[in-house]
Design a protein around this ligand. Structure first.
Ligand code: LCS
Length: 417
């Protein structure tokens, strides 16, 4: 679709507001359960359709037309029987994407498919770790890293990132201490990092690689956010830094990048032959034919759309930074290097025991995720999903800032809620 904005011809319309109700979307219908562990009896001063939704990590943007056309083409084949990626075309499309964007490649036989990275993590923890062995990750963390360990009754070990005035760095000393525990078997690395948005530099990855090799850890590098980086950033796959390390699994997916999470298709690159064999024996190795068509089209034809998306997201980050600076000056926020998620420190306004998602749902009509949802080292933070039309973003930011400022005026006047 061509849209003319201010005299510029823009190929894609990221300003379009799309009604997602009645599509069984988690985003619109699943928030009570996911954020509040509640059911439909939980009521708010807002109707569901009145919320500004900035929580779960999917986008309010339509998937690119080229992806939809790919699905439509496959629909015309009319039969949707048991399916698996057999053809070379899928590998060719994905490996070309990796070569072009990351100057990195892998052998075709290393690639297996999964109906999502989370299910892959759940399985791989079981395949890699004995029952008394531990899973290490950096915190704050996407909570499903911990859930993957919990699900398998494996112990988690967390290494807290160091927060230098909003910029996060790995505490290598602490990390090495934890890696050196003989019971620590597996590192799950989020590269780039959700929720802090860090893009790990090559130097940092090399330092990590050194420790990984020294203690012979297995490592899963979850790179699902790697396509969604700011325009001035560069993603380095861990596999590129460790070209011949066998105990490395890389996970990538078109689902975050092209807003296809519901199609549940992801790439798992397993170097170790024995582990791959185990996967092929135990994994339920079927894929959704429409998802394969979508993913292949995305990798073959989606790059132009992605470039425009990156520009739009960069602007949304800039807007958020300016808005917060003006209206919530004590909030600490650095533009994320990757992801479409803003990680905002509100410790000047809240106490660690306050339930921020609850506060913002009740007082602002905004659905967001709070630090309590990211394992540890995340008190008083909120995570905002900025992958929405600018108008939605501005309204969300306005409501957030108003609610915090009202709370503080009341506190100053000695009023209670
Ligand atoms: N890995 C990371 C680091 C993620 O952030 C997510 C989604 C996934 C894996 C999910 O992979 P899938 O199973 O869909 O292939 N992150 C989400 C988040 O932060 N909120 O909602 C989803």
């Amino acid at each position: 679709m061509f849209v003319i904005i201010g005299g510029n011809i823009n190929m894609y319309n990221f300003d379009e507001i799309i009604d997602r109700r009645n599509t069984n979307a988690m985003n619109t219908d699943g928030f009570r359960d996911y954020i509040f562990h509640a059911d439909e009896t939980m009521v708010f001063p807002y109707k569901d359709e009145e919320f500004i939704r900035m929580w779960v990590a999917d986008m309010e943007f339509a998937t690119p037309d080229v992806v939809i056309e790919g699905i439509e083409k496959r629909l015309k084949d009319r039969i949707f029987g048991y399916t698996r990626v057999f053809s070379r075309e899928y590998y060719d499309a994905f490996v070309s994407w990796c070569q072009k964007r990351y100057d990195w490649e892998f052998n075709r036989d290393e690639l297996v498919m999964s109906n999502g990275i989370i299910p892959a993590l759940y399985e791989l923890v079981d395949y890699i770790c004995e029952i008394d062995e531990k899973v290490l990750f950096l915190t704050p963390s996407y909570a499903y890293f911990k859930y993957a360990a919990d699900f398998n009754d494996r112990e988690s070990v967390c290494s807290d990132l160091i927060n230098h005035d909003g910029y996060y760095e790995i505490d290598f000393e602490d990390f090495e201490k934890k890696a050196s525990d003989v019971k620590t078997k597996l590192l799950i690395l989020c590269n780039p990092h959700n929720p802090t948005g860090r893009v790990w530099r090559e130097e940092e990855l090399k330092q990590l690689a050194h420790i990984i090799e020294k203690y012979q850890l297995w490592v899963i590098s979850d790179e699902i956010h790697c396509d969604l980086i700011r325009q001035n950033q560069k993603h380095v796959p861990l596999g590129k830094v460790m070209p011949s390390y066998n105990q490395l699994i890389t996970c990538m997916a078109p689902t975050k990048t092209f807003n296809l999470a519901g199609l549940m298709i992801s790439n798992v690159i397993i170097r170790d032959k024995k582990l791959r064999q185990k996967w092929l024996e135990r994994h339920y190795n079927f894929d959704n034919p429409l998802s394969i068509a979508a993913a292949q089209s995305a990798y073959e034809k989606g790059e132009e759309w992605l470039k425009e998306l990156q520009k739009y997201l960069d602007n949304n980050f800039k807007l958020t930074q300016e808005y917060l600076k003006e209206h919530l000056p004590k909030a600490k926020f650095n533009v994320s290097e990757a992801t479409y998620l803003a990680w905002v420190d509100l410790s000047a306004y809240f106490e660690p025991d306050e339930h921020l998602p609850l506060f913002f749902a009740y007082k602002a009509g905004v659905l967001l995720e709070g630090g309590n949802m990211f394992v540890q080292n995340s008190d008083c933070f909120i995570r905002l999903n900025l992958a929405c039309p600018k108008a939605t973003l501005i309204e969300g930011l306005r409501r957030i800032c108003d609610a915090v400022n009202t709370k503080h005026t009341k506190k100053y006047l000695g009023e209670t809620d």
